[in-house]
Unconditional design. Structure first.
Length: 214
C-alpha cells in the first residue's frame, strides 16, 4: 500500500513546536492504517471542544477531505441499474469513505446511559456494544484526565481496540491508557485544542493519501 508522509513534514514546517510529536504522529498513522487495512472502524470521543474535534475528525474520514473519492465504474453502473433516475444522481455524487463514528454524537443513547447508568459512561457503553478487535479509538482530552474518556479507553482495551490519545503536555491518565499518546506542547486547554486540529487533519490527509489517488 502506498505510504506518503510528506504532509507530516509540511505539518512540522508549519508548526515547528510539534516536532517532538512527530514520532507519536507516525505511530498513530500506522495504527489507523492497520485498522483500515483490515476493514476496521475508527471511533472518536472527547468533551466540550474536544467533542467537536472528535466529531470533526470522524467527518473528515467519512467523505472526501482534500481528495475526491469518486465511485468506481462498477459501483456507478450498479446504482444506475438499480434505479435509473436516483441511481444516476447517487452515482455522480456519492464518495467512498472510511468507517468512522463519533461516540459523542449519539444523543439518544448518550442521554439514556446518563440517566440509567451514569453520565460518564456514554462513550464506554457504546464502545462496549460496537467495538471489535482491530478497531481504533481516538480519545481527545486536553488534560488527559477526563473520566468518560478513561472509561472508554478501558473498554477499548478489553474489546481489543488500539487507542490513540490526543492530549496536552502533561498527558494525564490518557498517556497511561493509550497505546500511542500525542501530547500537544501546551497545558492551556484552548492552545492544546489549537494544536489538535492540525494534528488530526494531518492524520486524515495521510490516511486519505494511502487509500485514494489525488
Amino acid at each position: 500500500m502506498h505510504e506518503d508522509l510528506s504532509n507530516l513534514e509540511l505539518l512540522i514546517r508549519r508548526y515547528p513546536d510539534l516536532r517532538p510529536c512527530r514520532g507519536a504522529i507516525v505511530d498513530a498513522y500506522h495504527i489507523l492504517a492497520d485498522c483500515y487495512d483490515h476493514g476496521g472502524c475508527v471511533f472518536t470521543c472527547g468533551n466540550g471542544g474536544s467533542a467537536a474535534d472528535a466529531e470533526h475528525m470522524a467527518g473528515e474520514l467519512l467523505k472526501g477531505f482534500i481528495c475526491k473519492r469518486p465511485l468506481s465504474d462498477e459501483d456507478r453502473s450498479a446504482l444506475i441499474r438499480q434505479d435509473a433516475d436516483d441511481g444516476a444522481y447517487l452515482a455522480e455524487r456519492l464518495q467512498y469513505g472510511l468507517r468512522a463514528l463519533c461516540l459523542m454524537s449519539q444523543l439518544s443513547i448518550s442521554t439514556a446511559v446518563g440517566n440509567d447508568q451514569g453520565g460518564d459512561l456514554g462513550p464506554a457503553q457504546q464502545l462496549f456494544s460496537l467495538g471489535q478487535p482491530g478497531d481504533v479509538l481516538v480519545a481527545f482530552s486536553t488534560s488527559g484526565n477526563a473520566k468518560n474518556v478513561a472509561y472508554a479507553c478501558q473498554v477499548a482495551k478489553y474489546r481489543g481496540l488500539k487507542t490513540i490519545g490526543m492530549t496536552g503536555s502533561g498527558g494525564g491518565r490518557l498517556a497511561e491508557l493509550a497505546d500511542v499518546c500525542i501530547k500537544a506542547p501546551s497545558s492551556q486547554t484552548y492552545v492544546v485544542q489549537e494544536y489538535h486540529l492540525p494534528i488530526y487533519h494531518c492524520l486524515c490527509i495521510l490516511i486519505e493519501a494511502r487509500y485514494f489517488k489525488k
